[in-house]
Design a protein around this ligand. Structure first.
Ligand code: MF3
Ligand code: CO
Ligand code: CO
Length: 290
């Protein structure tokens, strides 16, 4: 997600990017939104599939007793050795590992290491693969062993909120419609949406314009067009929405230490709706996406 606030990706304060604002300052940013050609869409489709393949591969390894560093190595070796691709996070602005692993109250950008997963944890694994110059970016929540009813519910609501946003995507819809759908759904469940990080355009760049906020007002913001590719990746907190970054400069946690959950897909705006480029094998076969 946006590295730091909707802020960090664009290095513009989020206030300047409020959906609907049509200030001259925003125009250059919107004009930087790339429309992918048919050929580029095919490459994005392939990068998206490889990304989903990594998440499918790692799923059975996310068990009590494994370290997040071990998960990182499995993903790294698969991406580099089997997919002949590049793990985008590695060395990205100094990030030291190939995936992000965010446990319990960690919101995003957790750094894999010596920490062992234990029963009851919930962990987000975020994978970004570069193949032939194009990025795919997706993350999922994994319950470790037996988790609490509350943790399970948070993961489910975060998942459904991502799909609430994806459902809105079609030509003519606006970014504010996506953010609003997510925010309305999440807050109706008594949870909160993180504001400082956002979804993002994606393609040759890891984090391209536009910024895709997970809150907002309907009928505002950039109008979606066929050929746009971006991520939707809401971070949902069980408690208050506020977050802070740990001294390692990466790990984002909830200020109140409440649990946080996130799911992410890369999507393509098509002529008549949306194509999700990072569906897992199960979704691809059954077509049973929410
Ligand atoms: N994959 C994250 C996203 O969804 C970004 C991680 S950047 C890293 O945008 F440097 F922390 F890896
Ligand atoms: Co992302
Ligand atoms: Co990601």
């Amino acid at each position: 997600m946006g590295l730091s606030p909707p802020v960090k990706w664009g290095l513009t304060p989020p206030m300047l990017n409020l959906p609907g604002t049509r200030s001259p300052m925003l125009m250059p940013r919107e004009s930087q939104v790339t429309i992918k050609t048919t050929e580029e869409q095919a490459l994005m489709r392939r990068s998206g599939r490889l990304t989903a393949d990594v998440l499918d591969l790692i799923a059975p390894h996310v068990q009590a007793g494994v370290t997040t560093g071990e998960l990182d190595k499995i993903c790294h070796d698969h991406i580099v050795g089997r997919q002949d691709a590049i793990p985008a996070p590695l060395d990205y602005k100094g990030f030291p590992k190939s995936i992000c692993t965010s446990i319990n109250h960690v919101v995003c950008h957790g750094i894999p290491g010596e920490k062992r997963l234990k029963s009851g944890d919930i962990v987000n694994v975020d994978v970004t693969v570069i193949k032939d110059g194009f990025h795919g970016d997706s993350s999922r929540m994994f319950p470790v062993g037996k988790v609490s009813v509350q943790a399970e519910r948070l993961c489910r609501i975060a998942h459904e909120s991502m799909w609430e946003g994806i459902r809105v995507v079609r030509p003519g819809a606006r970014l504010g419609d996506i953010g609003h759908a997510i925010q309305r759904f999440v807050e109706a469940q008594g949870y909160s949406v993180v504001r400082e990080f956002c979804g993002h355009g994606i393609g040759r760049g890891f984090h391209e314009d536009p910024q895709v906020l997970h809150y907002g007002e309907p009928g505002t913001g950039l109008v979606l067009e066929p050929g746009m590719t971006f991520t939707i990746e809401p971070m949902v907190n069980a408690g208050r929405r506020n977050v802070k970054v740990l001294p390692d400069g990466w790990t984002v946690v909830t200020k109140d230490h409440s649990l946080s959950a996130q799911w992410e897909h890369t999507v393509l705006v098509t002529e008549d709706g949306v194509e999700v480029l990072t569906l897992g094998a199960v979704d691809r076969v059954s077509g049973s996406t929410p």
